[in-house]
Design a protein around this ligand. Structure first.
Ligand code: ZN
Length: 191
């Protein structure tokens, strides 16, 4: 299956849709290449629009981008816990909690009677963040959330989807990150 254009990098462990949206949002920061798709307003507008998280007729301003990046790191902190890391500290969750508090989700009833919850467009970025929060909520209910993890390599922290039966995966890629960390620990022990 071809990945959507907004999936950053060569994604070898993609989450199912729509959780792929949260994974990709977290992976807009790429530690390996030190690149950040949410830094430059024009680039950020392009990415957020392609991902369906931005509908305004302008680029996000620096304060909105700052908020988006802080929410991203909030989500990453919870994904690190999913990967076997420590639970998020209260400060880690502040940006995500603020986004939830500012949100105005609205219930809607579709033509077939399906009840859904959607982001009511308040501020443009908030609507996109509520969309992500609703995807997270659904994934937490259906159990897929625990499989979305941040890589255990502190220099990497790439979000990956653990499809293994044991759900014990800790690295975005065993050959690169897993062995890198193991070798580092080995060297530390030898010193
Ligand atoms: Zn990694």
């Amino acid at each position: 299956m071809a990945m959507p254009s907004w999936v950053p990098g060569q994604e070898t462990k993609p989450a199912p849709m729509p959780l792929l949206l949260v994974q990709s949002f977290v992976n807009t920061w790429d530690g390996d290449h030190d690149s950040d798709l949410l830094l430059d307003p024009a680039a950020a507008r392009g990415w957020l629009t392609a991902a369906g998280l931005w509908h305004a007729d302008r680029a996000p301003d620096p304060a909105e981008l700052d908020l988006a990046r802080r929410v991203r790191e909030s989500i990453r902190a919870t994904l690190a816990a999913n990967g076997g890391g420590p639970p998020p500290a209260s400060g880690d969750l502040q940006a995500l909690q603020a986004a939830a508090q500012a949100s105005r989700p609205a219930l809607q009833v579709g033509p077939g009677g399906q009840v859904s919850l959607q982001a009511e467009p308040t501020a443009p970025l908030e609507a996109g963040l509520v969309t992500l929060l609703l995807v997270i909520r659904d994934a937490q209910r259906d159990g897929t959330w625990r499989r979305l993890k941040a890589c255990g390599n502190p220099d990497c922290r790439w979000a990956f989807y653990d499809r293994s039966h044991s759900r014990a995966g800790a690295w975005c890629d065993m050959a690169t990150c897993g062995n890198r960390i193991k070798n580092r620990r080995l060297r530390q022990r030898q010193r």
